[in-house]
Each structure stands twice: as C-alpha cells, then as structure tokens.
Ligand binder design. Structure first.
Ligand code: KG4
Ligand code: ZN
Length: 340
C-alpha cells in the first residue's frame, strides 16, 4: 500500500511516499527555520503562509522522487493534530482537495503517533509493545505503545516541553533558533558537571515532567552573572543544562518501562536527536538490560515519512481510520483519544 503523506503542523512543509509503512520511496522536507530565526521562534501566521506557498511543489517533488504518479498512490494521509492551527489547516485543506480530486481515501494522522512511527521506518524489525519517550518542541510525554494504534499516556510535562526549554535556554545564551542543535554544538566543549541545576521529579506521578524550574534557574544564573559583571562559562552551562534534561528524561523513562512491564523502549521527536540524551539513555538502558531503539536524527525531526508510516497502521483499523471532506484540524488532541 503506497501512502502519500502531508505534514505541516509546525515550521516544516513535508511530503513523502511510503510503501506498507516501512519503505520510504521519497521524503521531502522544506524547513522554514531560517525565516523564523529572524524572530527568535516560530511565527504562526508566517508558518501558515509559507506552507501554502510550498505545499504544491513539495508534494510534486515527493511524487517525482518516488517515481510515481497519483495513480500509484492508494491513500492520502495528513497530520490533522496537534500543532499550530493555521499551519495544520493548510495541510488538511490541501490533502482534502487532493484526495477528493484524485478519488483517493484520506487518512488523518495524530502528529505524535507519527513521531512514534518514525521508529518503524528506522528499525524494520521493531514491533510493539514498548514505551516511547516523545520529546519534541511542543510535547514531552511517555506513551505505553501496546499495539500499532493502541496506546495510552503514562505521563507528560506539566509546563514546558523539553524542546521549548532548549529553545529558551538557547535564546538566553545568545544562540539562534532552533535552540536544540545550537545548544548541543555549544555543549560539546563544556563540562556537564560545572553548574548545579535543579531536576524536578514528581513522587506521586513519576512519569510526569516539569522543565520550567530548570529553565528559570538557567535564566537567573545568566542574569545574576551579568549584574555582577561575571563571565559565564557558556559551553559548560549548555552541557550542564543538557545533562539536567537528560537525567530527568532518562530517570522517568526507566521507571516507565519497569512499570509497564516491558524490556523495550524507543524515543521520538526533535529532542531525540540530542547526542547527550541519546548516550545517557543508552547507558541507562544497558544497565537495566532494556532494548533501546533510537531513530537517526533526520527521522527525529518533523517529516512526512513518519506520518505515512503511522497512516499505514491506522489503515489496518479499517473504515474507522478514514475521514471525509468534513475533516478538521485541531491544535490539541490526546494521543490515545482520537476524535477527528
Ligand atoms: O519534533 P520537532 O521537529 O517539532 C515538533 O513537533 O515540535 O521538534 C523540534 C524541537 C525544537 O525545540 C528543537 O530545538 C529540538 O526539537 N531539537 C533538539 C535537537 N534538534 C532539534 N533539541 C536538542 N538537541 C538537538 N540536537
Ligand atoms: Zn514534531
């Protein structure tokens, strides 16, 4: 089954063709990050307009690269939630029009389910059940993935997402948007044990997260040093911050895998590209004798191949997986309670 997928939930316009959920025939991504970098973060209205301008070319490029026309496509898939509402609407409207004009079925996809499915592309033998740590710009959560489309939320952030914390800390350190890759680069030369930073753990709900205290601690450290005229060891602060985020994410992940009774975990989302987090997770998973699946960085960030993969597994649910022309976009939607 060949699925053409469209992804426009944030600042990447992406289209891909994937066969049977695992074989990528094409994956085209146009990032808007240079445009948004001028403003220090994503400007929703600019993102929507840029998606509208790019979507036709990107979709055409995905079909051309896959060497197939629309006649070889069995279904059109689109991210319909969660994300920036205007950005999502451009993709949903385009996909609805395309599916209608080409007389193809339409499969709506939850963005986070897409991030999780990126692992099926990266690891051909991977099957549920497992626990997935999803760490992106907008979400930080632990998901019990019992089956390809049967999942429930184990815990999530109560305030900032991990990626959001990276982006804010980057700004305080004078680094460009998107913050994650810039903080990672700066941290390479730093001492991760130099600055002592807070880690929040909830005793009652050990799979929940909070990053606002950590973010505020970094902001205060930088502004107090500026007031005193003291220099900050920026690489070491970036490394200490990364270590604090990684400690919290790793600790919660190990508790979640144990609580779910599995021996397998995967990670997903833009922050999953972070080298510090990847090595700390690998170390800890090794100690616990858990299998750990890490997608390669290009599959961690937003792309449409992961949406096509998730759509394939949704399609196995039958009629309930398909939507009509009334499909809407939603800024928020639970990963386990799909209401399209
Ligand atoms: O999954 P994603 O591409 O988009 C969302 O769905 O949000 O994640 C984007 C987030 C941004 O906050 C970005 O700073 C972060 O992922 N990110 C990273 C790295 N690469 C991207 N964070 C830490 N280290 C990285 N190498
Ligand atoms: Zn994402």
């Amino acid at each position: 089954m060949n699925i053409l997928a469209i992804e426009t939930s944030c600042d990447e316009t992406a289209a891909a063709v994937v066969s049977d959920g695992r074989t990528v025939l094409s994956s085209i991504i146009r990032s808007q990050s240079d445009t948004h970098a001028l403003y220090g973060g994503v400007v929703p209205e600019i993102a929507s307009r840029a998606h509208t301008e790019a979507i036709v070319d990107i979709t055409r490029a995905a079909l051309d690269t896959a060497c197939c026309g629309l006649d070889a496509i069995d279904a059109v898939a689109v991210t319909c939630a969660p994300g920036l509402i205007g950005a999502l609407l451009t993709g949903v409207s385009f996909a609805k029009g395309l599916a209608y004009a080409a007389a193809k079925p339409l499969i709506p996809v939850h963005h986070i389910r897409g991030h999780i499915a990126a692992n099926y592309i990266a690891h051909p033998a991977l099957e549920p059940p497992f626990v997935c740590l999803v760490v992106s710009g907008g979400h930080t959560m632990l998901v019990d993935v019992r089956g390809y489309t049967d999942m429930s939320l184990l815990g999530s952030t109560r305030d900032d997402a991990a990626g959001e914390a990276f982006d804010k800390v980057a700004r305080v350190l004078g680094l460009p948007y998107p913050g994650g890759p810039s903080v990672q680069k700066l941290a390479e030369g730093g001492d991760p044990f130099k600055y002592s930073l807070p880690r929040t753990v909830f005793k009652e709900t050990p799979c929940d997260f909070s990053f606002s205290g950590l973010k505020t601690a970094v902001i205060n450290l930088v502004s107090n040093a500026a007031q005193r005229g003291e220099a900050i060891d920026r690489p070491s602060l970036a490394a200490s911050f990364t270590r604090a985020v990684s400690d919290v994410l790793t600790g919660a992940s190990m508790r979640a895998v144990a609580a779910a009774g599995y021996k397998r975990m995967v990670i997903a989302g833009g922050v999953a590209a972070n080298t510090g987090l990847r090595s700390e997770l690998a170390l800890s998973a090794g100690t616990h004798e858990y299998e750990l699946y890490l997608p390669p960085p290009p599959l961690c960030i937003d792309n449409a191949a992961m949406i096509a993969s998730a759509a394939y597994y949704e399609s196995l649910r039958g009629d309930a997986a398909y939507a009509g022309p009334g499909l809407n976009a939603y800024a928020n939607m639970n990963v386990d309670l799909l209401v399209y």
